[in-house]
Design a protein around this ligand. Structure first.
Ligand SMILES: [Zn+2]
Length: 80
């Protein structure tokens, strides 16, 4: 992941620390997460393509990963 600002990283680790990242369903191809922020966001990790998707406005900009995606990414790394 690139183009991640320090602020986004801090936000993501806070979300994780506060238990706002919830792993919902894992299939062979995808992992579905819920991230509880001001609003609840759905984050999906595609294992085959190795890509992330989030339903917030930042997540739709491909070059930038939002704090929700980053929080889920940290969650995965921690539970490996
Ligand atoms: Zn997002």
């Amino acid at each position: 992941m690139k183009n991640i600002s320090k602020k986004t990283k801090e936000k993501a680790s806070l979300l994780l620390k506060e238990g706002k990242v919830i792993k919902e369903v894992e299939t062979d191809k995808r992992i579905h997460f819920k991230v509880i922020s001001k609003e609840t966001h759905s984050v999906i990790f595609d294992k085959e393509k190795n890509t992330w998707e989030c339903d917030c406005k930042w997540g739709s900009l491909r070059e930038k990963h939002c704090s929700h995606i980053l929080a889920c990414n940290l969650f995965l790394e921690r539970t490996k």
